[in-house]
Design a protein around this ligand. Structure first.
Ligand SMILES: [Zn+2]
Length: 561
């Protein structure tokens, strides 16, 4: 914590000094300490409901006006054609043409818009040309498209505080007939060799200090695919300082490659017609650039209304390098994985590597932060709690319990698990309420959530602790105890595996499984993790992970707040 606090102070001092030196050197445009902020938003479709809103004089960007105002360069992907002419592409299921009154709002907020996407050509080349003319007339630059192939592959350049920034744009989502040609208006298509040449030319011929390609790619999935990863790496190898993508209509993971950030998809920004929660959540990305590259960034989460209008969420997911430092002070995210509870994780029978919902969540968090992940495997919850409390790991997965809340900051739960009692077939016990009597002994995994709960709640019966949760039933059988307590699904499996056992009906407790971070890491980290878990539930990630690992009996926890 002291380290983190002094780090933050150093950072603050550095920023003060930085602003002074920037001020002092404002006469010299190319101070090595100058910075520029670049705001990038996701997909904007200005026809449909957002179009009707603008017609009524509603400004769709008003919710983010402050953020736009606080940024030096503002860009976003314009996922429609803005025109009055042209005719709808035949056989294309969705075609979008926004009215030129939308230019009033684009002009107010944007320095440039990206046109390399699968909708800018929806009304043919005539409408496309009209749009290029309208943008020019309104002083809005564009990238990833042009009157011809050469223009489409030419970067848009910004020079601020002596820093030259080149933005390129590419589409690789069909149809390809929107592509520009030597004598035809259209978009830039991402042929690998051409992309590499463009990036190199941006630096050499256009003398850009910073080169950022903005991509239109990927499937409508929460995680980037192999092609996206391959091309992003290729672009960074060619000299790109960051890669930013869109099109999947949802936020995808982020990554750092050669210490350069990749944002695979920012999701939607202004777009209507989606009912799934993950489609109505987007990221506005604000990057701080200096001559050497991307210095820092923050992600502002946008909640998109049913009319396609974004507003900043109450829980603003902001992160930057400080947050990465806070979660991964060693450079990687050390995730404590408890394989003592098979609902959350277990060791794969073949690879002996941990697999499960908690592993998936740890991997996803590491991706969001852009750091590698390391799994630190424990066979019992108690050991995993101990490791997090003493900061031997950076995050962990636990049952929420007040006993553990001294050193660990918990998120809201992501899954709920039932705890049940197992008895011998011929036992007189029939109901959970009959268990707590002085003649009974209950076996429970040492340090598990059930142990903590029963230690508090059991007044008469004797608690016997097995070293780990998976050994509970074997000990219960071998030592002939009266009751075994644990995860309902685990006990059900044991009852099938071993003869003469049965479960008492219902559950004696419901366990809330949450993520945790050491309290010493500070309230910003707590908040970030809490919002991450809410995002993971809302986007369907947790549900999909439960299905992928064939986990039954655990239910997804309801949204918090
Ligand atoms: Zn698209």
């Amino acid at each position: 914590m002291n380290f983190l606090r002094s780090f933050m102070w150093l950072r603050l001092l550095f920023l003060c000094w930085l602003s002074l030196s920037t001020f002092a050197s404002s006469a010299q445009p190319a101070s090595k300490f100058s910075t520029v902020s670049l705001l990038v938003v996701g997909d904007m479709m200005l026809a449909g409901a957002p179009g009707r809103a603008m017609q009524k004089g509603i400004d769709p960007f008003a919710g983010f006006a402050k953020l736009f105002k606080a940024s030096d360069i503002r860009i976003g992907n314009l996922e429609c054609v803005v025109a009055t002419k042209g005719s709808q592409e035949p056989d294309k299921p969705n075609t979008f043409r926004a009215h030129p009154y939308s230019l009033k709002y684009l002009r107010k907020y944007f320095d440039a818009v990206g046109l390399a996407n699968n909708h800018s050509g929806d009304f043919g080349p005539q409408a496309f040309s009209e749009m290029l003319g309208l943008l020019k007339k309104n002083g809005i630059a564009y990238y990833g498209a042009g009157h011809n192939l050469k223009e489409a592959h030419t970067p848009v350049l910004f020079e601020r505080n002596g820093i030259r920034i080149a933005i390129l744009g590419y589409d690789e989502f069909q149809p390809r007939n929107f592509e520009a040609d030597h004598d035809r208006v259209g978009v830039a298509w991402s042929e690998d060799e051409q992309v590499v040449r463009d990036i190199q030319a941006a630096r050499k011929e256009w003398r850009a200090d910073i080169v950022i390609p903005v991509m239109h790619w990927g499937w409508e999935e929460p995680v980037a695919n192999a092609r996206q990863r391959q091309l992003a790496r290729l672009m960074i190898d060619a000299g790109a300082d960051a890669v930013i993508g869109g099109h999947p209509h949802q936020v995808q993971d982020t990554e750092r490659y050669k210490n350069k950030p990749i944002f695979y998809s920012l999701g939607n920004f202004v777009f209507d017609g989606f009912s799934l929660p993950e489609n109505n959540l987007g990221w506005a990305l604000r990057m701080e650039l200096d001559k050497s590259g991307v210095r820092n960034w923050q992600v502002h989460t946008a909640a998109i209304s049913s009319k396609g209008i974004p507003s900043p969420t109450k829980q603003v997911l902001q992160f930057d390098n400080t947050m990465i430092q806070s979660f991964a002070p060693t450079g990687k995210l050390r995730a404590g994985i408890n394989v003592g509870n098979p609902i959350l994780a277990k060791l794969d029978a073949v690879t002996q590597k941990p697999v499960g919902v908690s592993v998936d969540l740890a991997t996803e968090l590491a991706k969001r932060l852009g750091v590698p992940v390391e799994y630190v495997v424990f066979d019992a919850a108690g050991k995993s709690v101990e490791a997090l409390s003493t900061e031997k790991v950076d995050i962990g997965f636990f049952a929420v319990d007040p006993m553990r809340a001294d050193a660990i900051a918990f998120t809201a739960p992501y899954v709920l698990i039932e705890g049940s009692y197992l008895v011998h077939k011929n036992s007189p016990l029939q109901h959970n309420e009959e268990v707590d009597r002085s003649e009974h002994s209950i076996v429970v995994g040492k340090g598990s959530a059930y142990d903590l709960f029963l230690t508090r709640e059991i007044k008469q019966a004797k608690l016997v602790r097995s070293p780990t949760s998976p050994t509970v039933v074997d000990m219960f059988v071998a030592e002939k105890h009266d009751v075994a307590a644990g995860v309902k699904q685990q006990l059900e499996l044991d009852a099938k595996r071993l003869p003469d056992l049965r479960l008492l009906p219902g559950s004696f407790m419901v366990i809330s499984q949450a993520m945790g971070v050491p309290k010493k890491r500070g309230t910003d980290s707590e908040r970030f993790l809490r919002i991450f878990v809410e995002d993971m539930k809302a986007s369907g990630f947790v549900q999909q992970a439960l299905e992928r690992h064939k986990i039954e009996g655990a239910s997804i926890a309801p949204p918090s707040r």
